[in-house]
Design a protein around this ligand. Structure first.
Ligand code: SF4
Length: 445
């Protein structure tokens, strides 16, 4: 493709997808293509998709239908489906979407440069599966945003939670080496990122492929890298958390006191049907140890309501857990059956209206808890990493160390260098999902 060609990447789903899109963008720019924000101007459109829930998957196909319309006026336009839906659908996607040119699985992102030339020859390409040898070209990632440098440390998943399609779409676990990860972290610090976020489907199951080092050792090494002001990691698997990891969180103040720890249900019987491999008592103990290590610890979780066979009592156990553990936020969804998973065979489907009602009750309870927790922060001062402009003109938005969103007016002296830097904000008002405040020091302090 010639140097004046443009590409447009749309990203759905998790941070792993976000980072994959940044990799795709960087690799395409190395080939001389320029990014555009307008799909109508693009010569190549890539839709990086998510298949965790059925609805999202259906939307992918309707979005591809919208993009196909651009082919009427731009004959040379190429359209690619990437991400988890691509991996799951493979060649079927080419039949379902007649004008689709490319189906690219998440483990094949690094091949996009070689694929471009074949696309130009008019070939329709399916690149899925999980090749043994893959280059992780972090130096080609087009980092967007000025505040957070994301680093994939482990790809895929070896668990077999009965509701989840990820092991099929992201393949078996594959850990990057400690050396490679630290090199990337140093590169991101040099680049100016104050916050590093380690990514993986089961991030705390990371092991160095060449030694016995585990995630506790990696946490220490990254936290002790000069210039890493904040360190986050997502997503942790409860059963893989060890006391050594909790110790590292306790010992390094730059490891953010915020952990996303999906529990999925408050009932042991449901956890067993989900194949999660831990009990609620173990989960509660883990939360207790994290809060002992860092009293200011904020925790968030994922919850599924309406899992096959979920009884009123099982759902009540989830409500109790949420009430007791006071999560700073939850990501709650109705169960969504996914192809090739065992869950639909493990109990009768839950009536849609019942699942809806449970979800609404759960969200309402969490909203009350969250409002209460956020109100307890009123009057305190927080270090905020400025992440962008607020929706309201003249405001900035940022994150506290415990991952809460803070909006505050952009003071004049803050303006030129604010994005991606720290500022101190006094919290003046709590809303259920964010905090309002006022900057009391310039970001340079
Ligand atoms: S740990 Fe379970 S829920 Fe998470 S990606 Fe793996 S199989 Fe899916």
């Amino acid at each position: 493709m010639s140097a004046s060609r443009r590409f447009f990447v749309e990203t759905w789903g998790c941070q792993m997808n976000e980072l994959d899109s940044q990799r795709l963008s960087g690799l395409l720019m190395q080939e001389g293509l320029l990014p555009t924000r307008n799909p109508g101007d693009a010569d190549l459109i890539l839709l990086n998709s998510c298949s965790v829930r059925e609805k999202a998957e259906q939307k992918v196909y309707s979005r591809l239908g919208e993009y196909r319309q651009f082919k009427r006026t731009r004959e040379a336009l190429k359209i690619g489906l990437c991400g988890c839906v691509a991996q799951e659908a493979g060649r079927r996607a080419l039949t379902r979407v007649p004008d689709l040119d490319l189906v690219l699985g998440p483990a094949r992102v690094g091949e996009i440069r070689g694929i471009l030339a074949r696309l130009e020859q008019g070939e329709r390409i399916v690149a899925t599966g999980f090749p043994e040898t893959r280059r992780y070209d972090f130096d080609a990632v087009a980092r967007d945003g000025s505040h957070k440098g994301m680093v994939t440390i482990i790809e895929g998943c070896n668990k077999s939670c009965t509701f989840c399609i990820v092991p099929m779409t992201r393949g078996p676990e594959r850990c990057r080496s400690m050396t490679e990860i630290l090199t990337e972290v140093e590169h991101l610090v040099d680049y100016g990122f104050l916050e590093i976020e380690l990514l993986g489907q089961t991030v705390n199951h990371w092991r160095d492929p060449a030694s016995s080092l585990d995630f506790a050792d990696l946490l220490r090494a990254v936290a002790e890298t000069p210039g890493v002001e904040r360190l986050r990691f997502v997503t942790s698997y409860p059963r893989d958390f060890t006391p050594r990891m909790v110790d590292q969180i306790g010992h390094h103040s730059n490891i953010c006191p915020y952990v996303h720890l999906p529990v999925q249900s408050g009932a042991d019987s449901v956890l067993r049907r989900m194949g999660r491999g831990y009990t609620i008592q173990e989960y509660r103990q883990l939360i207790e140890s994290l809060r002992d290590a860092r009293p200011e610890m904020a925790l968030s979780t994922d919850l599924i309501v309406g899992f096959p066979g979920e009884t009123d009592e099982e759902f009540a156990a989830t409500m109790r857990l949420v009430e007791d553990l006071e999560f700073s936020s939850i990501f709650a969804f109705k169960y969504s059956p996914r192809p090739g998973t065992a869950a639909p065979r493990l109990g009768p489907p839950i009536d849609e209206a019942i699942a809806d009602d449970r979800l609404q009750r759960l969200l309402a309870r969490q909203q009350r808890i969250q409002s209460r927790l956020n109100r307890s922060l009123e009057g305190s001062t927080r270090q905020v990493l400025v992440t962008g402009w607020g929706r309201k003109p003249g405001t900035l938005t940022g994150r506290t160390t415990c991952h809460r969103i803070v909006h505050f007016p952009a003071e004049d002296e803050v303006l030129p260098t604010a994005l991606g830097t720290f500022t101190t904000v006094r919290i003046e008002q709590a809303l259920p999902h964010s905090l309002l405040g006022r900057a009391i020091a310039s970001p340079a302090t």
